[in-house]
Design a binder for this molecule. Structure first.
Ligand SMILES: [Zn+2]
Ligand SMILES: [Zn+2]
Length: 314
């Protein structure tokens, strides 16, 4: 189960932590000012997903990185064109002569187009960008699969789609078989679609397929994070394609409808447009995030009213 938490308070920028149930690690989306982001959050992060590097999305990268150096792990950073040089510039602005070479390894995945990703790795003290092989898919680990699309905000903004793995359960008490290593073998056969795999239970051999009826598949949930974007048709089509039927989506809603002109001028979205594109995408739960810092609390409440009115419209 994917459990996102916005770590920025009203008046701050934007930073989100994605937790998973029964999981030691987490993921960070964007590195804006966020006073609810803890040291532990930064230390437990396995990958950072950056939408774009406007200052309100990237200024806190230094603090996050500070808590990660020394972990001796490989941490993945995904982001738009130029992200590798921008991360390198941040790291190179400090002196690292007392830090071991294996203190941390950053792997940067720079999104060039909808199916081309350049990959680099970098480590202290020089933070040279060492190119690795290009990728055509963004990110997958034991739990999470991440896809993306590139939106227009007068610069590329990456919108991310996260999916938790399906869980495969077996109601062992409802069968006459004794538990054993066959359970994992059966689950693996199911995942690998290996129907003819031989499964041995109590010295009797079965085909995997004949036992599949014992398994119950619990679908992993999905989350979308859509940050700064112009509320125009091309962006909306991309959003509807990637986030169709998503369980939860957090979406940038920088302006109230009254300030629509500013939204258009700054390639941002506004309340009714963000709500409407969520409705058209059949999203189950949509949450407006990332409001202009000039708004006071009542104005943010107004944005939420306008957003949900458009989202829930029949
Ligand atoms: Zn921006
Ligand atoms: Zn922003």
């Amino acid at each position: 189960m994917i459990l996102p938490e916005v770590k920025s308070k009203i008046g701050e920028d934007i930073s989100i932590v994605i937790y998973l149930d029964n999981c030691k690690w987490n993921y960070i989306v964007d590195c804006g000012e966020a006073s609810m982001l803890s040291v532990k959050d930064c230390m437990n992060t396995r990958a950072i997903f950056i939408s774009h590097t406007h200052i309100d999305h990237f200024i806190n990268f230094d603090q996050i990185m500070r808590h990660q150096v020394g972990c001796k792990e490989r941490i993945v950073i995904c982001g738009p064109k130029n992200i590798a040089l921008q991360v390198q510039a941040k790291l190179r602005s400090f002196t690292w002569n007392l830090v071991e070479e294996d203190a941390i390894l950053y792997e940067i995945r720079e999104i060039i187009s909808e199916n081309k990703i350049k990959v680099y790795e970098m480590k202290p003290a020089q933070w040279e960008l060492t190119p690795l092989e290009d990728r055509d898919s963004l990110y997958q680990d034991e739990r999470l699969l991440v896809n993306y699309t590139i939106l227009d905000h007068k610069t590329d903004v990456i919108a991310y789609h996260f999916k938790d793995n399906d869980k495969i359960n077996i109601a062992i008490s409802e069968t006459s078989y004794k538990p054993g290593k066959w359970i994992n073998e059966l689950k693996n056969a199911y995942i690998n679609k290996d129907r003819n795999c031989e499964i041995e239970i109590d010295q009797v051999k079965y085909s995997a397929q004949s036992l599949f009826y014992l398994l119950q598949v619990e679908k992993g949930n999905t989350l979308g994070v859509i940050l700064d974007h112009a509320a125009h048709e091309e962006n909306h089509n991309k959003i509807r394609n990637l986030f169709n039927d998503c369980d939860t989506v957090l979406i940038e809603t920088f302006y109230k409808d009254e300030d629509k002109e500013k939204a258009i001028l700054n390639f941002h979205s506004y309340a009714s447009q963000s709500g409407e594109v969520m409705r058209k995408s059949n999203v189950k739960k949509a949450v407006p995030i990332h409001f202009s810092r000039k708004y006071i609390e009542e104005e943010i409440a107004q944005i939420e009213i306008e957003f949900y009115k458009a989202f829930e419209r029949k």
